[in-house]
Design a protein around this ligand. Structure first.
Ligand SMILES: [Zn+2]
Ligand SMILES: [Zn+2]
Length: 96
């Protein structure tokens, strides 16, 4: 199940306004996500916790980001989008 939903949102971590493309669920500037989906795009989770980036791995010429919810500990993997700030991502995962 995958619901494509175009949605702009303001990042609750850094205040950057994110232009949604239907797949973006995290901020490209600080790489924070939010725990709102059970399945990608369904906004079915009522947790709403902030999800910082905790891990980045390379896979088939792309990067997989893992976000972890600070409220409930739920972990979610996402493909890195071309808009995401790679340097910021590197810094975050090195710090963790
Ligand atoms: Zn942000
Ligand atoms: Zn959560």
């Amino acid at each position: 199940m995958f619901i494509k939903r175009v949605e702009n949102f303001i990042c609750e971590h850094c205040g950057h306004s994110v232009i949604g493309n239907g797949f973006t669920n995290h901020c490209p500037k600080c790489l924070y996500s939010k725990h709102v989906d059970v399945f990608p795009g369904d906004r079915g989770a009522d947790c709403g916790g902030m999800m910082p980036l905790i891990k980045m791995e390379s896979l088939n010429n792309t990067y997989i980001l893992t976000h972890k919810c600070v409220t409930c500990g739920y972990e979610k993997r996402n493909k890195m989008s071309p808009d995401d700030d790679f340097d910021v991502a590197i810094k975050i995962v090195k710090r963790v």
